[in-house]
Design a protein around this ligand. Sequence first.
Ligand code: GDP
Ligand code: IMO
Ligand code: MG
Length: 433
Amino acid sequence: MPGIVLIGAQWGDEGKGKATDLIGTKVDYVARFNGGNNAGHTVVVGDETYALHLLPSGVVNPHVTPVIGNGVVVDPEVLFEEIDGLESRGVDCSRLKVSESAQVIAPYHRVIDKVTERFLGKHKIGTTGRGIGPAYADKINRVGIRVHDLFDAERLRDKVEASLHQKNQMLVKLYNRRPIDVDETTDELLKLGERLKPYVANTSLLLNNALDEGKTVLFEGGQATMLDVDHGTYPFVTSSNPTAGGACTGTGVGPTKIDRVIGVAKAYVTRVGEGPFPTELNDDSGEWLRTQGHEFGVTTGRPRRCGWFDAVVTRYATQVNGLTDIVLTKLDVLTGLNEIPICVAYDVDNGDGTHTRYEDMPVDQAAFAKATPVYETMPGWTEDISTVHKFEDLPANTQAYVKRLEEISNCRISAIGTGPQRDHIIEVRSLVD
Ligand code: GDP
Ligand code: IMO
Ligand code: MG
């Protein structure tokens, strides 16, 4: 079972870091394929908690080769901070491979991310402010800087000049800011390139060779299905493809090499930033979920918006990613509720006296923004489930809740998270073989 893709099935923060770590003990490579340091993936090993942003979560497993694929946007400053932080805690990062064609987040991308958000005012996206959108925009506009550009001073200066030519006009004339200096920026990037060089590799070739030799590669997504620039709640999305297809374009590995697609979904839903969220709870229940689930962002510390499980979203994730398995996380957080609502469909008021019931994701974002959840309710449980390791040993109501989620998500649930630690897991079936 060599090629496994692991992605977020909701709006992010589903516990992908923990799921990757779980599988990571059985794989040879973990490759990030999209996004950048907008991600915040938590891995808990014993008493140690690691918050990873740019590095693949597999880095904490000593036998895993972590890879940053071409689809990722790399902020070298942040990468080195992360490497230094981990190495000071005894995690060896020397095995890291970074794609020579990954895009670079330059200091000006961060500046533009922040001023654009401010300029958008009430239309803002609520980005992480890490320069992600502007870096991807440059990639698509063909004025981006790629990792291998950092090793050629003349070429780099030329590219920085081309990129800043238009940006400086915008910064000065539109945003009333100072222009950014081409030479200073080039020198800064060249210095970062020197340190980056030993990690840089032809990662597409590396991963394809590994797969041909029968090695196991886990493709780890940042963000999630509903934040996908094509399939998510546009425009309230990130600027990459966190869905399964992104694993191929973002690493240079063909779809015929992918054997399994694992979606990570929380037993409820959270979202950070702006944008529609049908099951959002702006009441005591939402506050309860946030407190019980410690729902605060790993990257920005922002409180996460919380809501009940949305089966329309998970069914959609099954559809657009071709999920073979779901890892259901944070089931333990629901312990103590009398009843648990599950959203099974949406009701949309058409504004002319008629209503439409949606079992599937509405394509029209205006309809999605107006969607009211249609709930069915399951009985809750009060027993502590964090020490349970077999599905059959879960309380009957917990089993019934999981089985119902499985049924309405159109995908089998193959593992269940019962707490943040490595061993807080019920493996219903192997995720690797
Ligand atoms: P990611 O971005 O998808 O990797 O998820 P985050 O790390 O941003 O957020 C998930 C949070 O939930 C982290 O604090 C994890 O330690 C924690 N977590 C993961 N799985 C479980 C679980 O099954 N139960 C509980 N209680 N916490 C979990
Ligand atoms: P992980 O990998 C949750 C959200 C931001 C914002 C939108 C666009 O930890 O699940 P961006 O900075 O990417 O341009 O912001 O996307 N966002 C995330 N939300 N988890 C993430 O990553 C996210 N990465 C970006 O809050 O709404
Ligand atoms: Mg996260």
